[in-house]
Design a protein around this ligand. Structure first.
Ligand SMILES: [Zn+2]
Length: 473
């Protein structure tokens, strides 16, 4: 029996509309979830991170109570999932009562490592983190281009002992725990140079919007301590029932995150798990950022592409296609509408869409019998690439097949042949249909609706009535 498989996105902050960078993470996780479901049980988690100073201030700015404010955004993130056709098993909101119970319980289990101290530091609200003077340029956070606030207060601190550091280093020495390799080296470097005690609470008077610290009414949890707990609270933890044991303790666990999250996902969260005596994450995969003219696309900067608009105009599978094939899974990629349109026309309107129409028109006009479609014609290389999160290379393989099929039609001209030598012509067309069916099977994790549609056309021997990917001139 194969291992149970757990995959999760990060939980986005709900202080603005969903952007294309989070759509990327959802689609990547969904592709993997769909592949893994072919072999066993999968739990696919996502949700929304709803506490913290950034959210509190955004709610204040529009004069809404924070809960009401986050409810509206949670709806939008749920809507995005539906529009992207992602097959999640849970949508975890950090303001849900089950999650609050879990975060407080995790705090209790870590409490031997948590102590209260006076503290003075520089705080970037954009990062929701204390920042070091060394990391600033002209006194400003490089990600947010803002001057951090000076904060002097009492906080609870999580103590990162030398013993923990050495255990985390041992964990990070396993090549499989972080993809890509450059992020793993970065994580090791963080542990060796600067991973130390970190603050895990805020005074309630400065931040009323958070989960109360157990046993200290004056403090609420640091939003990261709270939010990271979602990865297990979604499985019903602290109840060690069916889901938690099966998917986290005994299953294979994968977290997806943006490349700027290495400290949080691979260090902070792992040391919290160590302290609570819970299994560490098997693998964290870091994707690059989607940039806009070379700058990070982010809510704080305001250069955001709205994924809903793209889906409205081009359709769900076109957006999934672009994110799968034309965004580098690990390095930054620039997004422009021109690039998107060009990829849509060459890959979908003229490429896949045109191929489906040509093959199925010939099939509809000439085939009496629907050809038998074999199950085992996809190369191991394709599955290996997906197993290694190389979405772009895996999708390229499908498009190589599409190009080969186009060339086959061009050189053999079955539409002419069938008029001269009916038997040979029908044989060729049947072969093309079988090849198209294999393409449909390869497309299923990446473009699921298109995959199903091709299979339906083949099973009913019909050509599509109108172009599947109409040109947008
Ligand atoms: Zn910042």
């Amino acid at each position: 029996m194969s291992k149970s498989f757990y995959i999760t996105t990060t939980l986005p902050y709900v202080n603005a509309e969903p952007h294309i960078g989070f759509a990327l993470e959802l689609v990547q996780a969904d592709i993997i979830a769909r592949v893994k479901r072919l072999h066993g049980d999968v739990f696919f988690n996502t949700g929304t991170d709803e506490h913290g100073l950034k959210v509190y201030r955004a709610a204040e700015a529009v004069n809404l109570p924070p809960q009401e404010y986050v409810n509206g955004f949670a709806e939008r993130y749920l809507e995005l999932q539906k529009r992207l056709n992602v097959t999640t098993d849970a949508f975890l909101r950090t303001t849900s009562s089950a999650h609050i119970v879990a975060a407080q319980e995790l705090w209790r289990r870590c409490s031997k490592d948590i102590e209260k101290r006076g503290f003075k530091g520089l705080y970037c609200v954009g990062c929701e983190a204390f920042v070091k003077e060394n990391d600033l340029i002209d006194g400003k956070c490089t990600d947010h281009n803002t001057v951090p606030e000076i904060v002097e207060e009492e906080n609870w601190f999580f103590k990162v002992s030398n013993e923990y550091k050495s255990k985390i280093l041992t964990y990070l020495k396993q090549a499989s725990v972080i993809i890509p390799e450059s992020r793993r080296l970065e994580a090791i470097d963080f542990v060796k140079n600067g991973f130390g005690d970190f603050s895990v609470s805020r005074p309630k008077e400065r931040l009323p919007w958070g989960i109360p610290v157990p046993g200290d009414d004056s403090q609420v949890m640091y939003v990261w301590f709270d939010a990271l707990t979602n990865y297990i609270s979604t499985l019903g933890w602290p109840a060690e029932g069916r889901h938690f044991n099966r998917f986290w303790q005994e299953g294979e666990t994968v977290q997806l995150a943006g490349k700027d999250q290495v400290r949080f996902q691979s260090l902070m969260w792992q040391v919290m798990l160590l302290s609570a005596k819970i299994k560490l994450t098997d693998k964290v995969v870091y994707h690059g950022h989607i940039t806009s003219e070379g700058r990070k696309m982010s809510k704080s900067i305001g250069n955001v592409v709205n994924p809903f608009d793209l889906i409205d105009e081009y359709g769900t599978d076109a957006v999934r296609y672009f994110l799968g094939r034309h965004i580098n899974p690990f390095a930054d990629s620039d997004f422009t509408l021109e690039r998107f349109k060009e990829a849509y026309h060459s890959g979908l309107a003229n490429g896949l869409g045109n191929l489906i129409s040509r093959v199925m028109k010939m099939a509809q006009d000439n085939l009496i019998q629907i050809p038998t479609t074999p199950d085992h014609t996809i190369s191991a290389e394709f599955w290996n690439l997906l197993d290694n999160f190389e979405f772009n290379k895996a999708t390229d393989l499908i498009w190589q097949e599409i190009t080969m099929l186009d060339q086959k039609i061009q050189t053999t001209e079955p539409f002419k042949l069938v008029k001269i030598d009916r038997e040979q012509g029908v044989k060729l067309i049947s072969e093309l249909v079988v090849d198209l069916y294999t393409i449909a099977r390869m497309l299923s994790p990446i473009m699921p609706e298109t995959s199903t549609m091709i299979k339906d056309l083949i099973k009913t021997n019909r050509a599509p009535e109108k172009p599947i990917f109409p040109r947008k001139d």
